[in-house]
Design a protein around this ligand. Structure first.
Ligand SMILES: [Zn+2]
Length: 155
């Protein structure tokens, strides 16, 4: 989805949450603990699994469960990450705290790593990635020195 269409789709917090919810349950609502589809919705917008009695929300068990960024900005931040913007550039574009965006980007890198490594047996011991950090810019943000670093794959 291009950024123009995406920004219209997630034009506010409520639409953005609906967008995330539809992505999360694209295979149907199921328990995040036991995968049962015997679920009832509770008054507090959480769910109760009738099989294992677990209570969970739309984001339980996802990388977004501890997210502190408004959902509309979060989705746009993910798009900017995909487009290759740095955390510093993204924080500026979306008027978000740099460290919050950096944490989100680290979480996404971790999620990509986990997604790409289903066969964990191939990933034991020390893992080396051939990437070279490149200092693009240096500056001050809130009295803290910030380095804008991009990584380039070698080889
Ligand atoms: Zn369950």
């Amino acid at each position: 989805m291009d950024i123009l269409k995406l920004s219209k789709t997630v034009s506010n917090e409520q639409n953005a949450f609906k967008f995330l919810k539809n992505l999360r349950w694209s295979d149907g609502l199921k328990c995040s603990r036991c995968n049962s589809k015997s679920i009832v919705k509770l008054k507090d917008k959480r769910y109760l699994c009738l099989n294992c009695k677990a209570r969970f929300s739309d984001l339980s068990g996802t990388y977004l469960s501890s997210n502190k960024i408004p959902f509309d900005k979060l989705i746009l931040a993910v798009k900017l990450f995909v487009l290759g913007l740095s955390a510093l550039e993204t924080s500026g574009e979306l008027n978000l705290n740099y460290k919050t965006v950096l944490s989100l980007f680290d979480t996404m890198r971790l999620a990509i790593f986990h997604f790409n490594s289903d066969d964990k047996s191939q990933l034991s011991g020390e893992i080396e990635v051939d990437m070279r950090p490149i200092l693009v810019a240096k500056g001050m943000v809130n009295k803290a020195e910030v380095h804008l670093i991009k990584y380039q794959f070698l080889g």
